[in-house]
Write a protein of this length. Sequence first.
Length: 178
Amino acid sequence: MVRRALDFLYDAAGALAAFFILAILVVMVGGSILRELGGRTGGSDDLVSWMCAAAAFLALAHTFKRGDFVRVTLLLEAVGPGMRRALEIVSLVVASVFCGYLAWSAGHFVYETWKFGDIATGLLPVPLWIPQSSFVVGAVLLFVAVLDELLVVLAGRKPSYVVAAEERHTRGDYTEDL
């Protein structure tokens, strides 16, 4: 049940990131059309920048779990299974510490933005904590995803990102390895 809930969260964040990418397209194309027709597009740059950040951060956990994150595996592929497991554990512990710090720092940063009542200085006067919240959500989800994988490896199973890469290779798809 916990596994399904976590996978749902990762997939929902990935879908929300995809929505923001589509929204970027709509706002940019709409802005181009409006400019050609002599219309105003004030604030569209602000929206696009916030949606870019949201798309990037919300996609982190989903891409990590699916094996689409950039990983350097030359050393892991050159060692035996026991050493590979040990290196995966060390890597995931280090990543957990960094991601935990990122999530804490992001939360603290956005809290201060809210506490001081910072407002965007662009054409859209929006409280900055609103668009910055995607940073916190994405960082927390990445932290949870890395801890999730650490527990998987500690339990003696293959990490889901390795399983996903192996499944792609079985289908003859090496595009993520380029």
